[in-house]
Write a protein that binds this ligand. Sequence first.
Ligand code: KG4
Ligand code: ZN
Length: 331
Amino acid sequence: MLVLGVETSCDDTAAAVLLDGRTTLANLVSSQDAIHGPYGGVVPELASRQHVRHILPIVEGALQKAGIGLRELDGIAVTRGPGLVGSLLVGLSVAKGISFRWDIPYVGVNHLEAHLLAIFLEREISFPYIALLASGGHTLLYRVRDFGDYLYLGGTQDDAAGEAYDKVAKMMGLGYPGGKVIDQLAKSGNAKAIAFPRARLKRGTYDFSFSGLKTAVLHYLKAQGDRWEAQKADVAASFQEAVVDMLVTPTLRAARELEVERVVLAGGVAANSRLRERMREETERGGREVYFPSPLLCTDNGAMIALCGYHRLRHGHRDDFCLNADADLTL
Ligand code: KG4
Ligand code: ZN
């Protein structure tokens, strides 16, 4: 079964072709980082305009790379939410257009579900697993029991982890998006140099909170005046260590308390080198296993959408042309 996956929920225009739910024939992403960079965050109107410009070349490019024509597709999967409504509508309209013109079934996909399943693009793992989804828009913890069976365990009470990275990077003048830059800078810094606070959340919950940490970094930078420039790497490493602590602790507590043997990371922040290192060390210590997709499959991509759609299409699911984008779609 050949499935085209289309993703335009935020600021990446992406398309992929997936064969039988396991072989990625093409996975193309056109990033808008350079457009939004000067603003320090995604500007919704600019994002949707860029999607309009890039979506057809990206879809055509993916089909070409896969060596197939539109007529050979067995299905189309497209993100229908959550995300920016103007961005979502671009992908959804293109998917509907192709579906209508070539009489190919299509399904709308939940972007969060696609992240949780992205690991299957690279390897088979057994259910259940604890999935930590940490991106620019979300920080969520789920117990994944099967395809389509997700139990919400907790989420951020304020900023998402990636948002905290992006905001701190902005404060430090490091550009947007900030995760990768801070990750890199932190490698030459001392993570114990500055004792940034870790949020303490209500006992028994698996929630997260990053806004206190972000404010603490802001106060620190202000108090230091010009001096912090000389210890940029230490600020980055100390901030990152606090984020990683706050992601690792509830995730591993959930795995322990719910007696789940496997942990899966997903979302842009799952590409973080220190998070991967700490998760690996600490899951191994507890006799558990941790899995992370390669960085291209952690961030937004069309292959994970195609995979998610494949499972729905395989079970006979079809959407009609009344399907709308849902900016606040939950799982
Ligand atoms: O999943 P994603 O591509 O888009 C959303 O759905 O948000 O995630 C993007 C987020 C950004 O906030 C970015 O700063 C963060 O992921 N990110 C990272 C790293 N690479 C990307 N954060 C920490 N370390 C990284 N290496
Ligand atoms: Zn995402």
